[in-house]
Design a protein around this ligand. Structure first.
Ligand code: BES
Ligand code: MN
Ligand code: ZN
Length: 499
């Protein structure tokens, strides 16, 4: 997809679609008012008669509009301009992108009013448009003979003057890299679990790492045994597919700076193991490697953006299956840091994988960590399908993450790390057990992970809800979303240290 910037009056732009953002305010911005004058006051009338309310995400298309050079006109609502956020603008742009990408070989010209550019900042504006069109141009239709979405050929940003050109271009470049990284994450999660298993994920990671200059190490079963990863290996035992841990290393910072570690849960399919899931909850469990896929996507973006920081990505890859060799209820595992774990539910496997990978990342010298995991159904009960649960042992580090999420327009909410809940993980036979009681399951899972990060500042992101969407919506495709990838890149680049 090619992005261009042009100073043409909107009505003169030649494209399959002219996209015009319209706010709910009384007065239309100058550029929209000029277009509306040519259209004989149509936009104003549509709003007056409530045929187009211009609420954020609303859209209305019109064809054969004689007054404009584009073949079609698409109005997208921006809500009240005084309340316009990056998240709203993104929703509007993604809606447009998804409507336009429903046909092949399309081009779009997007009218950007000066007031919008000023309100959002030229760089964020360019970035948001680029990411929205790159992500909106690809669907979850990976195995369809006739895809539902087609990347656009060109997207032209129509801006009045050249003063913001440089900032817009920088935003477009950054937004393109982020959009492509999100699509990589989405593709891996959306692929069938027969295509994506620990070895094939690791191979793909190696290929992507090579393409963007990341150092890549893949640990196989023998390496994992040498590293004493008894907890991760136990989960993998029931599967025909051997486990892998992928390590991607990016050194853009000073040699002496300790790296940030990004750790992802990569359960390529979660059947529940012997604590077998029912069909309804198993049906989407190809998504259980979304944490690992997000770490991979974020690492490629960090490398392509050449951020001046040191970051290491760790992906713990296993398949949680049922067989004669499956790990069992009552088994006692010894994690890499020596902690013994009594297994009381084989479906609480993500924390067992992360336990070993987190302690490995700490031993490899990380001075701050973020993990991402589709960890608990309880987090979906607590926060729903749109909001990431945030858990931490260090409020300063946690605040930086929440700030980064806010900047990117990603929805995240801090959950309490109640000290008493650690009691719920006490076992009669081992140092701890792998499940708590019935209530507060997202918190007990986080309290479990905390045992494996030592004293290092750490944030755990439970993305069980927002990483995989149930159905298609006008502004977003169902399936994998790539949520929190931008937040990771933001925190890596802008908020370097935990101190
Ligand atoms: N992968 C699941 C969590 C999950 C649920 C992710 C729904 C995405 C959507 C995880 O491994 C799991 O099974 N968790 C159990 C934990 C329980 C056994 C303590 C759960 O949430 O039920
Ligand atoms: Mn599970
Ligand atoms: Zn799982």
């Amino acid at each position: 997809m090619q992005f261009k910037i042009d100073q043409q009056p909107w009505h003169k732009a030649k494209a399959s679609w002219l996209v015009v953002g319209v706010a709910q305010d009384e007065a239309l911005p100058k550029e929209v008012a000029e277009l509306d004058k040519l259209l004989g006051g149509k936009i104003a009338r549509l709003r007056e008669r409530s045929d187009f309310d211009a609420k954020c995400g609303d859209q209305l298309s019109d064809f054969d509009v004689a007054e404009i050079a584009a073949e079609r006109l698409l109005l997208v609502g921006l809500g009240k301009s005084s309340e316009l956020t990056i998240a709203d603008f993104e929703k509007a742009m993604r809606t447009a992108a998804r409507t336009i990408s429903a046909k092949p070989d399309q081009t779009a010209a997007i009218g950007i009013a000066k007031s919008t550019l000023t309100a959002l900042g030229a760089e964020r504006c360019g970035q948001t448009i680029a990411t929205a069109f790159i992500v909106g141009g690809i669907g979850q239709d990976l195995y369809k003979a006739k895809p539902d979405h087609h990347p656009l050929e060109t997207v032209t940003l129509l801006v009045g003057d050249k003063t913001e050109q440089k900032r817009l271009e920088a935003g477009i470049d950054r937004g393109t890299i982020l959009g492509e990284a999100i699509n990589l994450t989405r593709e891996l999660v959306n692929r069938s679990p027969d295509d994506i298993y620990p070895e094939s994920f690791a191979e793909r990671a190696r290929k992507e790492a090579k393409a963007c200059g990341l150092a890549c190490t893949v640990l196989n079963e023998r390496d994992l045994a040498n590293e004493r990863m008894g907890s991760l290996l136990a989960v993998a035992r029931g599967s025909q597919r051997p486990p892998r841990v992928v390590v991607l290393e990016y050194r853009g910072g000073r040699k002496k700076d300790a790296p940030l570690a990004l750790v992802g849960k990569g359960v390529t399919f979660d059947s529940g193991g012997l604590s077998l899931k029912l069909t309804d909850s198993m049906v989407t469990m190809k998504c259980d490697m979304a944490g690992a896929a997000t770490v991979l996507g974020a690492m490629t973006a960090i490398a392509r953006l050449k951020l001046p920081v040191n970051v290491i990505g760790y992906m713990g890859l296993v398949e949680n299956m049922v067989s004669g060799t499956s790990y069992k209820l009552g088994d006692v595992l010894t994690a890499r840091n020596g902690v013994t774990i009594e297994v009381l539910n084989t479906d609480a496997e993500g924390r067992l994988v992360l336990a070993d990978v987190l302690s490995y990342a700490v031993d490899k010298g990380a001075d701050r960590l973020i993990d991402l995991a589709t960890l608990t159904g309880a987090c979906i009960v607590a926060l729903g399908e749109e909001v990431t649960g945030v858990f931490s042992n260090n409020q300063q580090w946690c605040d930086k993450l929440l700030d980064a999420a806010r900047t990117c327009g990603e929805s995240a909410w801090q959950m309490p790390m109640v000290a008493e809940y650690a009691e719920l993980l006490k076992s009669d036979v081992a140092d701890c057990k792998n499940i708590g009681s019935r209530w507060g399951g997202a918190i007990t899972a986080a309290k479990f992970l905390e045992k494996f990060v030592g004293e290092k500042p750490w944030v755990h992101l439970d993305i069980a809800g927002p990483s995989f969407a149930t159905g298609n919506k006008p502004h977003r495709e169902g399936g994998a979303t790539g949520c929190m990838l931008r937040t990771l890149v933001e925190i890596a680049g802008g908020h370097g240290s935990a101190k």
